[in-house]
Ligand binder design. Sequence first.
Ligand SMILES: Cc1cc2nc3c(=O)[nH]c(=O)nc-3n(C[C@H](O)[C@H](O)[C@H](O)COP(=O)(O)OP(=O)(O)OC[C@H]3O[C@@H](n4cnc5c(N)ncnc54)[C@H](O)[C@@H]3O)c2cc1C
Length: 433
Amino acid sequence: MPKVLIAGGGLAGLASAAALGGSGFEVHVFEARPFLGGRATSYPVPASPEEPAETIDNCQHVLLRCCVNLLDFYGRLGVRRHIHFHREFYFIEPGGRVSVLRRGPLPAPFHFTGSFLRLSFLDKWDKLAIARALLALRREHARRADLDRITMLEWLHEKRQTPRAIGRFWRPVLVSAINEDLDRMAACHGFQVFWLGFLARSDSYEMGVPVVPLAELYSAGAWERLGQVHVHFRSPVERMGPEGFTVDGRLETADHYICALPFERLPAAALPAPPFEHSPITGVHLWFDREITTLPHATLLDRTMQWMFNKNGGRYLQLVVSASRELTGRSRGEIIDLALADLAAFFPAVNEARLLKAHVVKEQRATFSAAPKTESLRPASGTGVPQPFLAGDWTRSGWPATMEGAVRSGYLAAEAVARAAGRPTRFLLPDLE
Ligand SMILES: Cc1cc2nc3c(=O)[nH]c(=O)nc-3n(C[C@H](O)[C@H](O)[C@H](O)COP(=O)(O)OP(=O)(O)OC[C@H]3O[C@@H](n4cnc5c(N)ncnc54)[C@H](O)[C@@H]3O)c2cc1C
């Protein structure tokens, strides 16, 4: 049984482990922390002395049905039933008016036509501009060579989008999907989100939300079904070299190695980090004494808080701000006050409710910034000189830094290992087209 060592128990490393463990390899995952999942995980937060600690996600993570490799990974772990799909996207304006985007009877790419025309937060000129841009996007997505060099905002201006179409449609969808502002995001990423998520197939936009804490998706039971996968917690890899991984001062050796660490954690001597910047995400968890809303989730228009997720009967809400640089310097108390003021603009019940508990998670290194001209700097997933093979959402997986991107990179690294072991195997599933 060929032996493989993997550094990092985030989604990239776990995807490699699941693929190889299910294909007759002996796999050892070395994870620095006492839990799996890396940036997509959950942990208990301290409660008051009367209450037990509550397990919360570091931040709400969602996927779209077009994340075919992530869904395949959940399938390997036997946890796909814990992802519930939503067919409605709710947009809410200050004042509380709600619009719903859902697919209708027409085939893709016209499946949103009916609900799009009914959106109340855009006027007819905004909608005409968006329709024109979506047609242009369909025409240009496979043809234009400059999409990694220009920003999404430049492209939107080129397509003469109205300020409201940009602020209320393009920005809310893309900033949360790519975790970058429109004026800092390479247009190729915006194209990919709309092409795969909204235009390619009529169901690819459906939003998957885990209904268990994220860490439960990768629990010990899930690994038992995958053969020889051994997870070593609290085991940071201290050094990497052709002779093996150094863990706890000991040299661990194997036939093959995968490095699935974030780029800022690469051992500099062995693997130089690419010159990427980070883009932050802030999550705000709020527990109220009463129901604030019955909506399962909503895009919050025209405010700092961008998304609301209803985690428990409208009393526990999670708010998300992607590309949250403007919150970096603010204190926890200031962010909670801002979140409450924003929320009250949409849900008047907040004014009457008592806030029982609040928790703010600022992830300063949430993802790399998907800026123009960075795509070519991402090393191809699954390459190594000659090893360790690389995985991680920052490698060139064909997707932006997302859970799907991380899993794709893990599968590509697993394919490289399988090839090197003389057992070529396809793990990566093609994108929906
Ligand atoms: C707040 C937030 C919200 C997000 N929301 C979404 C979302 O809604 N949808 C989506 O698709 N994506 C989302 N993402 C992005 C997604 O979480 C990441 O792209 C993905 O989880 C990255 O996985 P990874 O395996 O590449 O890296 P990581 O998750 O960073 O995994 C790397 C692992 O390596 C470990 N490690 C570090 N150093 C060592 C060492 N020396 N030895 C051993 N182990 C080590 C770390 O502890 C970690 O577990 C979000 C990210 C954040 C932070």
